[in-house]
Design a protein around this ligand. Sequence first.
Ligand code: XLS
Ligand code: NI
Ligand code: NI
Length: 442
Amino acid sequence: MKNPSAHFPRIPRITYAGPGSKNPLAFRHYNPTEMIDGRSLKSHLRFSVAYWHSFRGTGTDPFGPGTVQRSWESGKDALSIAKTRMDAAFEFFQKIESPFWCCHDRDIAPEGKTLAESNRNLDKIVAHAKSLQKATGVKLLWGTANLFSNPRYMCGAATNPDAHVFAYAAAQVKKAIEMTKELGGEGYVFWGGREGYETLLNTNLKREQDHLAAFLHLALDYAKSIGFKGQFLIEPKPKEPTKHQYDFDVASGVAFLRTYGLEKDFKFNIETNHATLAGHTFQHEIEVATSQGMLGSIDANAGDPLLGWDTDQFNTDVKEVTLAMVAILKAGGLGKGGINFDAKLRRPSMDAEDLFHAHIGGMDTFALGFKLARHIIADGRLGQFLTQRYSSYDSGFGREIETGKATFKSLEKLVLTKLGEPKLRSGKQEYLENLLNTYLHG
Ligand code: XLS
Ligand code: NI
Ligand code: NI
């Protein structure tokens, strides 16, 4: 990067100013260098910027064209624009204190007329990205392939009824894994773009699921053969763009992975807006994943409760994020995963500066949620309530149930001769909701 302020000249590097600050271009809760448990907050939260929304998003919607105008979207050809755009992106990553970024193959380099040309384009841009990563210290959290925009994928990629499309997708993912390895990515994400169906009238559901599993096995085999060590991740989503996506939610993802012998090699990338589209909370999806030891990474965004689609908004809901953070911390954190802002600006937010406001809000909300979650866990009252609520399983016949020693016969005998009728115990939901509010609001 020649000039470190070439693309956002009026915006300084964002710094921490504390909760009392009135500066809209400062962090109020995210202090990247704050040390917590011997590690910086930056390394706890592992924030990441999503290239596709923040650097390819134009503000288009089904009713109208793009609204944003970016100074860096000009140049003599698609490849030189791609390079300038990437310079702008790395200036942004640095100014917003994001240690990571994420991308699809086609976000960063233009698709050519043939696969060979697309691959050559990608090689050139990956080399540029690699030098920017080296110069700035910003790393790739995960890479992925766009298997949903090009019309060839209109009926899916791995689940396409045409084996030719399967083969093309395989070739594309092979290259995308190579891209991710070359950029040192910590993981590789499979979001099932159009892996689903619009109508069962034209769909062989069993064969499509078999094909998806075969595809994932081939991807794993290839990654192993080239020594790619990153974590493979499934990103569930129940619908959109298809009316039924096969990776519906974490629970159905677990069943799918186990059915096809893939469970040891995959974890989940959980997106907030996908959780709510599936009729779950963010916390629910995280808890289902952690119950299986399969929490991998987070796509941080939020839906609008009044809209039934993936609105991908920056999340400023402290309560939702705090509850998710409690679940993440109880599971031991995100490991090699991170918090990726898979979120986009609203269509009228067309200023480059809005990119900063959006990420500052998201980062501050997660940093605050992280701190509140640590406080909730350290305070211990919620945890103690749970321990107490299940304590009848800690000894005696409860322990025998958990360890597989009890039988229907032994339990019947106990009830008939000793236990009689169980005492009712309150679930204390209202008390707990009030307790949560005292943590959030004092
Ligand atoms: C779409 C998904 C997508 C994945 C990456 O809804 O969230 O952006 O994260 O392919
Ligand atoms: Ni996502
Ligand atoms: Ni999404």
